[in-house]
Design a binder for this molecule. Sequence first.
Ligand code: HEM
Length: 228
Amino acid sequence: MMTSVGLKVVMAFTGLIFVIFVLFHMYGNLKMFFGPEAYNHYAEWLKHDMLYPILPHGWFIWIFRICLILVLLGHVGAAAHLVVRNYRARGTRYKVKSGTKKKESWPSKTMKVGGVTILLFIVFHILHFTALKIQIGGDYHRLSPYERMVASFNLDSWASVCALVIYTVAVTFVSFHVWHGLYSALTTLGAGRRGAEAFLKGLSALCGLALFIGFLAPPFAIAFGFIE
Ligand code: HEM
């Protein structure tokens, strides 16, 4: 069985991979501000042409998806193990007198609630934009990637109002998760030497804030009619 330190290293390493992914994803979504041609071209390139001709057309996205699923399983699995282990250790080793039980800190609680919320969001998000099973504001099979984004957040229907709320809540949790989690991950991986703490905290807060603004800018620009 893996030690708790081992599990924390798995969580930190997989978490870092996720942070890199969401930063790139956020950057890609900002192409919505450059018009349909730029965004559709980018979406097409990502799905069919990335790493071509090193790999045949369309291979990269599937290799990438398999890697992302493995990383997600590692991250969630390690987190679940640690939560169960901590819970058991608290329950059996120390007898807690009533009224003296140490309260869990709010960042720690928010990380757990946020983790589960983000997981549910990822399922919804893939059904929405990747599998095209949840179609908000039109027939997605007839719309381009740019048009699907606009239809999802243009507030023309109650469904698109709900979509804006769901994405805002999810991105808020993701930003908080990165703000708190990135600092923990870098410290676990040994970057937290004396003097570096303030820098790491600043870097994590900056990444969280960049994700919050960068991810929400296109949906809100659509909702307010700047992108149509
Ligand atoms: C406002 C926020 C977001 C918007 C508008 C957005 C938009 C999109 C779109 C349009 C796609 C489909 C790309 C395509 O197949 O053509 C996509 C895919 C994806 N997004 Fe997001 N996204 C957002 C936030 C997030 C967040 C926060 C996460 C992670 C926690 C995430 C994870 C993914 C994943 C895993 C995929 C699937 C990639 C694939 O096709 O395999 N997204 N997103």
